[in-house]
Ligand binder design. Sequence first.
Ligand code: GUN
Ligand code: ZN
Length: 425
Amino acid sequence: MADLLLGQVLCFGDDPFVVGPDAARHEAHGAVLVENGKIAAVGSAEALRAAHPQARITDYGRKLISAGFIDAHVHYPQTAIIASWGKRLIDWLNSYTFPEEMRFADRAYADEVANRYLDLALAHGTTSMCSYATIHPESVDAFFTAAQARGLRAFAGKTCMDRNAPEGLRDTAQSAYDDSKRLLQRWHGVERLSYVITPRFSPTSTPEQLAALGALWREHPDCLMQTHLSEQTDEIAWVKELFPQSRDYLDTYEAQGLLREGAVYGHAIHLTPREQDRLREAGASVVHCPTSNTFIGSGLFDMGLAQSLRVGLATDTGGGSSFSMLHTMAAAYEVAQLRGQALHPSQLWWLATVGSARALHAETKIGNIAVGMEADLTIIDLASTPAIEQATRRAGDIWQALFPTIMLGDDRAIAATWVGGKVTR
Ligand code: GUN
Ligand code: ZN
């Protein structure tokens, strides 16, 4: 039976970074018809009620019906170490991240954290994500099994590291290739799951390992490839020492066949002009992780890149300090302010939905409300706390009504999520 969801509907007909806020479409008394897991119609409540009298109605009143949030860069194994105090990137990795990731050799622990992470993500309105696992193949099985059980469109891969990581968290060039290939063959394209080739970052991969993963990517060109790029200045200095022959950080990937469309680079803060040009020419994606960049003290992302690159938005759990894409939008707003740019709420919302979908080359399936797209929806209460409610009382348009939820909202603002046409909570 078809479902007809009534409420305020927000979707995008265009890119607000190109055409401004008019890129968004807002229907104050709107409706979304969901049938067989897909969006079958979008329009006014009046018109869709008349056209589909048999549909089962869920009336969300003044709440906002949006595409579900897409978190384009997370580390689900870092769920339990989110908000660990006081370190910069490399010692944060050594002190908190690597000891925690070591525990994922235990499949039962991996299952427990994968389920916990996905429940938290859904509670925060995130219906798709692109995750790093750990070096353990079982950590990928755990994640995809948990995502499959929830019917999610999810992306993930085994994190590969063959140097500068502790004993027990290192693979080799050959085993990274073999394990990644086996996992890819097992999971890629199964239901809504996609395998992502995942070298962690150049400091923890030898050129041989990067080359082996470049070869694997050539054999499976429809996969994404994700890694980290130019997050902190001391990390970049380390890359320079480790790869003296490379022109810059991006070149360490480019030289091994790890730069082209479908490459998804997390952070990408301290880019040289050559790196920016090459990213553009190659059609690569970058992912902005603003709560992580302020929390670990990495730097201020240049949102000007959104004019010419696919830019996604992400929590970077657990380097990021929140599971919430609302918090993440707020942090993106603040980071841009510190660079002299006031991002419009339409741009923030677009980044968390269409922008992330585009970064993951999934924009024809998820990230927007349009006929034929998969019915992953998040229902937002625009007055979820007394503080937010009082700030919206004099709102004159949807952006004034939405911005307090962007800046002050959290999981209490998530009234419901729909995944693949089914309500989950
Ligand atoms: N660079 C390499 N690994 C990581 C990680 O786990 N988190 C963050 N923020 N940066 C990284
Ligand atoms: Zn990361």
